[in-house]
Design a protein around this ligand. Structure first.
Ligand SMILES: [Zn+2]
Length: 81
């Protein structure tokens, strides 16, 4: 795990964000500052890939929106199995 990802996970645990499921493994993440980002996931060869509509996400960096949405994605994937 990269330091960037570790930081992102820690930040996602500290900040209260709401995550709304949009369907097709897309999630709307709303930050306390009322910024809205869309996070999408796909699974390839058993690995999960996520991308976020925010600026950090478009550079391929893990930002705190992503692990937050990943928690919800994991819950939904688990329920649907
Ligand atoms: Zn993001």
């Amino acid at each position: 795990m990269t330091q960037n990802l570790i930081n992102a996970i820690e930040k996602s645990n500290r900040i209260k964000m709401s995550v709304r499921y949009l369907g097709s493994r897309a999630y709307l993440v709303i930050t306390p500052a009322k910024h809205e980002y869309v996070v999408r996931f796909e699974t390839q060869d058993g690995l999960r890939y996520g991308c976020c509509s925010c600026r950090a996400g478009s550079k391929g960096l893990a930002y705190y929106h992503l692990p937050k949405a990943a928690l919800v994605d994991t819950a939904i994937q688990t329920m649907s199995h």
